[in-house]
Ligand binder design. Structure first.
Ligand code: PAP
Length: 333
C-alpha cells in the first residue's frame, strides 16, 4: 500500500545523522546558489542540472542519489507531469500482476492506480529500501534522465510516456491551480502558457525532458520503451502487448484467446477508473508535504482539450517551439 512507501522516520545512528546533515547542507547551498524561477504550485523553482524543480523535490532528489539501491530488474515509469502516469501505472501493474487478481476483484478497483507502485520523487528520509517489493520492482518518477542516479540509468529498464505539450500544459495548469499555495496570486492561463514556453514549470523544460528519454531510447531500445499518450488512446491493446513483452511477461496463446488484453484495457480505461468510488473520494499523500485529492488525477482524459483553451497564436507558438526543439531528433509530437 502507498502509505508504507512513504513512512518517514528520523535518522537512527550517528552515521545516518551525519549523512542526512550533509544532504541538508548540500540542499541549503543549492537553494542559495541555483537560478530561480516562478513556481506553479509553490513560489519558487530552482534550476538543478538544467531542470526546474521545487525545493522539496530537490531535497528528495539528493536523498534518492544517496540512498536508492537499484536492482537490475527494476522497471521505472518515467514521464513529464500530466502525460499519462496514472494510466500507465494502472496498465503496467495490471499487466505484470495479471495472475494475482481476477478482473472483478482487482487491487485497482479497491485501491486505485496511485497505490500500485511508489513515486520516488516524494520519498522522505530515510528512503525505504523497497526490498519487500516483488521483482521486477516498479517505480514511477517525473525526473528528467539527467537527474536520476547513474545506477538507475545504467541498469534499469524504463517505460517513458509523453503527450502533446499543448494538452500537457492545459492538464498541468488545471492541476497546479488546485494545488497552488493560497498565499500566491492565482495562476492565469496566460502566465502558465508564458512560463511553460520558457521551460519554467515543475520538472521542465518539457522538450528537454522528452528528448532526454527519446535519445536514450534510440540508443537502447531494449532498455527504454517510448510511448505516446495518443498512441495508447488509439491502440491500447497494441500497447498492452508491448508492455507485457517489455516487462518480460508476454501474453501466451491461452490468454489471448480468453481476451485478457482487452480486460486489462477495460479495467484501466479512464471511464472505468474515474468512476470508481476509490478514485472519486479521499486524498493521496506524497511524502510528508503533498496531499492531492484523488479525483484530481482524472479530469477529462482526452486528446485535444487544448482547443478549448489556447488561442491560434498560443497554439502556433507551442507548435513552433516543439518543431524547433525536436528538429532532427526523429521525434514528432
Ligand atoms: P501526474 O503527472 O500528476 O501523475 P498524469 O497521470 O501523468 O498526472 O496525467 C493526468 C492526465 O491523464 C489527466 O489528463 P487531463 O487533465 O487532460 O484530463 C487525466 O485525466 C489523464 N488520465 C488519468 N487516467 C487516465 C486513463 N485511465 N486514461 C486516459 N487518461 C487518463
Amino acid at each position: 500500500m502507498m502509505s508504507n512507501y512513504f513512512l518517514s522516520t528520523t535518522p537512527k545512528t550517528k552515521e545516518e545523522e551525519e549523512e542526512y546533515n550533509f544532504i541538508c547542507q548540500q540542499h541549503n547551498q543549492l537553494i542559495k546558489t541555483s537560478p530561480k524561477g516562478n513556481g506553479w504550485r509553490v513560489k519558487t523553482l530552482y534550476n538543478y542540472k538544467g531542470f526546474w524543480i521545487n525545493p522539496n523535490t530537490l531535497k528528495t532528489n539528493l536523498i534518492l542519489h544517496s540512498y536508492f539501491k537499484c536492482q537490475p530488474t527494476d522497471i521505472i515509469l518515467a514521464s513529464f507531469m500530466k502525460s499519462g502516469t496514472t494510466w500507465l501505472k494502472a496498465l503496467m501493474f495490471s499487466t505484470l500482476n495479471r495472475d494475482r487478481y481476477t478482473f472483478s476483484d482487482h487491487h485497482l478497483l479497491r485501491n486505485g492506480p496511485q497505490s500500485t507502485f511508489p513515486f520516488i520523487d516524494c520519498e522522505c528520509y530515510p528512503i525505504s529500501d523497497f526490498t519487500h517489493l516483488p521483482k521486477p520492482r516498479l517505480f514511477a518518477t517525473h525526473f528528467a534522465r539527467a537527474l536520476l542516479p547513474p545506477c538507475m540509468t545504467s541498469t534499469c529498464k524504463f517505460v517513458y510516456v509523453c503527450r502533446d505539450p499543448k494538452d500537457v500544459l492545459i492538464s498541468k495548469w488545471h492541476f497546479m491551480k488546485k494545488l497552488r499555495s493560497t498565499d500566491l496570486p492565482p495562476l492565469t492561463l496566460e502566465k502558465a502558457f508564458s512560463l511553460f514556453c520558457q521551460g519554467v514549470s515543475e520538472y521542465g523544460p518539457f522538450w528537454e525532458h522528452v528528448l532526454s528519454y527519446w535519445k536514450a531510447s534510440l540508443e537502447s531500445p531494449d532498455k527504454i520503451l517510448f510511448l505516446k499518450y495518443e498512441e495508447i488512446m488509439k491502440k491500447p491493446e497494441v500497447v498492452v502487448r508491448k508492455l507485457a513483452e517489455f516487462m518480460g511477461k508476454p501474453f501466451v496463446e491461452d490468454e489471448e484467446e480468453k481476451g485478457v488484453v482487452n480486460e486489462i484495457v477495460k479495467l484501466c480505461s479512464f471511464e472505468n477508473l474515474s468512476n470508481l468510488e476509490v478514485n472519486k473520494n479521499g486524498v493521496e499523500k506524497f511524502g510528508k508535504l503533498v496531499e492531492v485529492e484523488k479525483c484530481q488525477f482524472f479530469r477529462k482524459g482526452e486528446i485535444g482539450d487544448w482547443k478549448n483553451y489556447l488561442s491560434k497564436e498560443m497554439k502556433e507558438c507551442i507548435d513552433g517551439i516543439t518543431h524547433e526543439k525536436l528538429k532532427g531528433s526523429g521525434l514528432v509530437l
